[in-house]
Design a protein around this ligand. Sequence first.
Ligand code: NI
Length: 393
Amino acid sequence: MTTVKKLSEWHASMRQWRRHLHQFPETAFEENETARFIAARLREFGLDVHQGLGKTGIVASLTAGTSSRKIALRADMDALFIQEQNKVAHRSKHDGKMHACGHDGHSAMLLGAAGYLSRCPQFDGTVYFIFQPAEEGRAGAKRMIDDGLFKLFPVDFVFGMHNYHDIPEGYFAVKSGPMMASFDCFEIVVTGHAAHAAMPHLGNDAIVAAAQVISALQSIVSRTVDPLDSAVVSITQIHGGDTWNALPESVVLRGTFRCFKPAVQELIADKIRKTVEGICAGLGVSGSVVFNPENPGYPVLVNEPNATELALLAATKVAGSEGVDLCPVPSMGSEDFAFMLQQVPGCYVWIGNGPSEGGCLLHNPHYDFNDAILPMGAAYWVGLVETVLPAEV
Ligand code: NI
């Protein structure tokens, strides 16, 4: 609790930063002004600032004591393509873009923690503060990793945090193991032979084949996946045909699937491919599947047990044991922090944003990060650093 009190001195600054970022939201890989603003604050704190990983990503480092141990704390910086409906003074000034997922708050909390720790470095080791781009569907975390994030800045653990609408203000939720689902998209092209609709026997009907593919895909979860595992396969688009009296050459289907185990993810992908190929071959048309044609899919987000214990200790210091939910229901939502957890053991927690105006959820045009939780979030980061990298006494 004392850490929250110490961080309250940073509350006004964090609120100011948060509202500034909220006013000027930037989307995937275009977080140039956002990165400039954050990097300027980090340099004011005296941190070493490295820019350009993942195009707009930032890694700032702070060392205290003599230990060679290193950890990374990560916030995301990007906004969404949503037109803000809030009327608050700090509403978005960028048409069609807004911070509807609270990444403005994430950046402000991590900045607050960096500021505090630069003044009161009660730890022994090195902390890397990661500000990543493009969390929303564009896999900015993967881009930073591909650019050498953990080769340039190797760490023992990496930690992440996200605000959440369903959790009381300043409470935490965390669990070991899978906490958020994988996310994959797919595009199926069924190619037949175009024909007059009155003479289907002279062609190969891609529409009838596509319809059977859709039905068959719905039996993957019910007949292939273990009933005790969670998974969902959804077709979300059908494109085919231009007129009333002609069978088209091809039909395009698009969709997504999500689950909580890498093995199930592989199983579903394999089953989709075999189902499409098998049905299409049987009906005399050809079928092809491309997975994640535009952006990488996201892996299952899996918290490592030891890192989770450390995160739990830090969260309990902030919210007390009654303020930490140890058994949150995993989310079918996805998070690209999962890529970082594939590289390095770590843990991702949710911090409660409390009830929003009208009960709106993340990604709602009325969503606004709750400034009241800024000190709690920053205190969690500080507590985590002091827990994982304890100073010699
Ligand atoms: Ni988010």
